[in-house]
Design a protein around this ligand. Structure first.
Ligand SMILES: *Cc1c(COP(=O)(O)O)cnc(C)c1O
Length: 388
């Protein structure tokens, strides 16, 4: 057999930390145990029917059967700009400040290719969505980690980066509401970040996928562009995936600084040919008419959150009540590692939760619950854990 060694960039990937969990899960399933997965950040409720109908109608139009434009239909980009205006009070030019994405993961993964040269410094805040360091590594960039710690409300310490490092840093990834910690960021954090970034000419990449999963309508998560000066340095990634239960559809957007949007577009022009236009037209329907549905989904998650937080408190597991996202970031009981705890819970109860260290070393000592099962299943899962 001829061997085809994979490229160094793949060999350099961090080990897949969930392999052991997958193995145990298969074993537990083989024993016939009823597995409850609180492991995956994927909404369990279906996409609203009116969006599916919009897709069906658009799919029948022959003009949608040809190659789309890689930047997206102007009508979709306009719907994005209008939604940003309504939701955040942020003005965007749909022609130059919005690009459509095949899900925001695609855009986040491609963006560093436009701006990061080998050995450039990129700031990442672990525990983090794995795409940020992986995409940086694919460009040959060097990651500097700014850990998110509980005592700092899971905000990175921007003063821990030296002036020399800021000067070297090409970009910084931030993600609020945060996956996996469920933390949100106050205006003051963004103000300081933008000041630092402007002074040091660092690109700010804001991943805002969870801004619509909030629980307090008087304290909604921010878009970075609500802060003055952000457009000088920032690009924000957003998505229809979490807001409208559309993870399978693959549609998202990047907005903000026109130069940065253009740079990402330049990469996309060379690697993909955009999103099926019928999906974009369904996306317009979601952005224009989806708010009452998003409101309904928030109410469902809020009930799950309140039930889960109360159950965790009863069993003495520390967990902050999240203001946003559908995650709970919980402390592993004292004296156990994340991996040992998660494996024990799976083996003895059939409940899947995610070990915190899978998102980076600062996640050690924590585990993540995704509230992506109906409330009765959630109660069942937590009562099994309580009996441990
Ligand atoms: C789910 C998620 C996204 C959205 O991914 P899509 O590709 O748009 O489906 C982006 N960032 C984070 C942190 C996420 O958890």
């Amino acid at each position: 057999m001829i061997e085809f060694p994979m490229a160094d960039r793949l060999a350099a990937l961090p080990p897949y930390l969930f392999a052991e969990i997958d193995r145990v899960k298969a074993q537990v399933r083989a024993r016939g145990v009823d597995i409850i997965s609180l492991g995956i950040g994927d909404p369990d409720m279906p996409t609203p029917e009116f969006i599916v109908e919009a897709l069906a109608a658009s799919a029948k139009k022959p003009e949608n059967h040809q190659y789309p434009d890689y930047v997206g239909l102007l009508s979709f980009r306009t719907a994005v700009a209008d939604w940003y205006k309504t939701r955040f009070g942020v003005a965007l030019d749909p022609a130059t400040e919005v690009v459509s994405l095949i899900g925001s993961k695609e855009g986040i993964a491609h963006f560093p290719l436009a701006y990061v040269n080998p050995s450039d410094l990129v700031l990442v805040c672990p525990p983090n969505y794995p795409v940020y360091p992986v995409a940086t590594g694919f460009c040959g960039g060097t990651v500097k980690n700014l850990p998110l710690l509980e005592e700092n409300d899971y905000l990175p310490d921007l003063d821990a980066v030296t002036d020399a490092e800021w000067a070297r840093a090409k970009m910084i990834f931030v993600n609020y509401p945060n996956n996996p910690t469920a933390a949100t960021a106050p205006r003051s954090f963004y103000e300081k970040l933008i000041k630092k970034a402007r002074e040091s000419k660092t690109i700010v990449v804001s991943d805002a996928a969870y801004t619509e999963m909030y629980y307090d309508p008087t304290d909604k998560p921010l878009s970075i562009f609500e802060i003055e000066g952000a457009k000088d340095v920032a690009i924000e990634f957003h998505s229809l995936s979490k807001t409208y239960n559309m993870t399978g559809w693959r549609i998202g957007m990047a907005v903000g600084n026109a130069q940065l949007v253009k740079g990402l577009g330049k990469i996309k022009e060379n690697v993909d040919s955009g999103i099926f236009q019928a999906v974009q037209e369904a996306g317009i329907a979601a952005l224009v008419h989806g708010e009452p549905y998003a409101e309904k989904f928030r109410a469902v998650y809020k009930e799950r959150r309140d039930v889960a937080v109360a159950a965790l408190a009863r069993m003495g597991i520390a967990c902050r009540t999240p203001k946003a996202s559908f995650y709970l970031w919980c402390k592993v009981p004292a004296g156990q590692t994340s991996a040992a705890f998660v494996t024990k819970v799976l083996e003895q109860t059939g409940v899947v939760v995610t070990p915190g260290n899978g998102f980076g070393a600062p996640g050690e000592g924590y585990f993540r619950i995704a509230m992506t099962v109906p409330v009765a299943r959630m109660e069942e899962a937590l009562s099994r854990i309580a009996k441990l």
